[in-house]
Each structure stands twice: as C-alpha cells, then as structure tokens.
Ligand binder design. Structure first.
Ligand SMILES: CC(C)(COP(=O)(O)OP(=O)(O)OC[C@H]1O[C@@H](n2cnc3c(N)ncnc32)[C@H](O)[C@@H]1OP(=O)(O)O)[C@@H](O)C(=O)NCCC(=O)NCCS
Length: 204
C-alpha cells in the first residue's frame, strides 16, 4: 500500500496522472453554475456514467432535466479549465430542508489527483451552509477520496438511521446496481458509507 492507502499499481497511476496532467488547480475556476453552463449538462452526465462504468459501482441516475434544474436554481458547482469541463457537484434538500446532500461529484480523469474534488466539495459545502444554515449535510459514498474530503470538512461516519428518512432520497438508490442489498437490509446497511455534518455539533 502507498501513501493514499491504494494498492501500489493504483497509487502509481494516481501519481502519474498528477505528473502528466501538469495541471494545478489554480488553472481551474470553481464556481456556482448558472444558465451559461447549461450547455455542459450532457458532458456532465456522460462523464458521471463513464466513471461509474469504470468503477463498476452503483450510481443514482439523473436526467438532463434534473441537472439543468439544479444549475438554474444555483444549486450546482462547476469547475472549468478555460471552457473545458473539469468537474461538477450539486446540492439537494430532503426532509423539508432539514437535510442537504452534496451529490453527483465528478472530476474529469485528466484533472484528478491535484485537489480539484476537494475544492468543488468545499464550494458545495459552503453553498449548503449559506443557503441552509440549520440543515445537516450528508452524503453516501463508497469512495476513499470522498471519505477523506468529507472528514476534512467535519463530516462523521454514521449509520443510515441518522440520515434523512425522506422516501424520495432513497428512491434515488433504485437505479444503483447494489439496490437489492439496501432492500434486503431494510434500508439499514448497504455498500455505501453514510457521512453526516451536523451544524449543531461543534466541529472538532
Ligand atoms: C473521487 C474523485 C471525485 C476524486 O477527485 P480528485 O480531484 O482526484 O480528488 P482530490 O485530488 O481532491 O483528492 C482528495 C483526497 O482523496 C485522495 N484521493 C484522490 N483519488 C483517490 C483514489 N482514487 N483513492 C484514494 N484516495 C484518493 C487524495 O490523495 C486526497 O487525499 P488527501 O487530502 O489526504 O491528500 C474522482 O476520482 C472522480 O471523479 N471519480 C469518479 C466519480 C466518483 O467516484 N465520484 C464520487 C461519488 S461519491
């Protein structure tokens, strides 16, 4: 295992992609998306679908209309290298705005490994705090990178019982390849780890 806790071949690929990209995240602008970014919707969805196919993991499918709506509502974060799409994430509220989830995080492969996901998640976190200061912020993930970023932001791992019980949120899991596990366990466990930031608990 290497410094990212990955098998050495994956560690090598991650480090190599950082070197080859020659990119620093300073070249990339991370901002709240607006109508001028609607042209990126297809690219965003295709990039998310391609990444899920490579990882062989589950994914909650989103329609172009849904992503467009998030952009129009000012609830999405987009990263651009000039006019080239580099990354994305959006926020959505559940349980009558008591919970906010940061979802759909994606970084284009050639821009990975140089802290871009961290910047996107930080912006999405700030946006969530600005718009919904009393809401608990949560996410479901199987990815170590996201767990690390969430931990840095002050999220804690929790059981699913601590997350929203909003049926509409869990419905999103139906399109995941692992949905049968969630069903079998009565929605108590699955392959994802639930992580939660509670604004009412002091950040350590
Ligand atoms: C996961 C993903 C968003 C990470 O993007 P990124 O820009 O490379 O991430 P960052 O460079 O900001 O790295 C954040 C942290 O994760 C670590 N990390 C990055 N990629 C990693 C990997 N594949 N495995 C383990 N750790 C990884 C980094 O070293 C860094 O940790 P540190 O703060 O301790 O140094 C990107 O790989 C991706 O888009 N993957 C496909 C889609 C996906 O998995 N989305 C998440 C769904 S929950």
């Amino acid at each position: 295992m290497g410094k990212n806790n990955l098998p050495l071949n994956q560690e090598f690929t991650l480090e190599l992609s950082k070197m080859l990209s020659g990119q620093t995240t300073a070249d990339i602008v991370v901002s709240v998306a607006d109508d001028s970014h609607l042209a990126y919707v297809e690219t965003i969805l295709q990039t998310i679908a391609d990444a899920a196919a490579v990882r062989g993991t589950g994914i909650a499918k989103r329609s172009p209309e849904y992503i467009s709506m998030k952009i129009r509502e000012g609830k999405a974060i987009i990263a651009l290298a000039g006019s080239e799409f580099a990354g994305f994430c959006y926020i959505e509220t559940w349980s009558d705005k008591k919970f906010v989830a940061n979802s759909g995080l994606i970084v284009v492969e050639k821009f990975r490994g140089c802290g871009l996901a961290k910047r996107i998640k930080q912006r999405a976190f700030n946006l969530s705090r600005e718009r919904y200061p009393d809401a608990k912020i949560f996410g479901l993930t199987t990815g170590l990178a996201v767990m690390r970023i969430n931990s840095e932001l002050g999220y804690k791992p929790v059981t699913f019982s601590e997350l929203t019980d909003d049926e509409a949120f869990w419905k999103g899991c139906q399109s995941c390849v692992n949905y049968d596990i969630l069903q079998r366990t009565g929605r108590r466990f699955c392959l994802c780890t639930g992580m939660l930031y509670d604004p009412h608990k002091e950040k350590k």
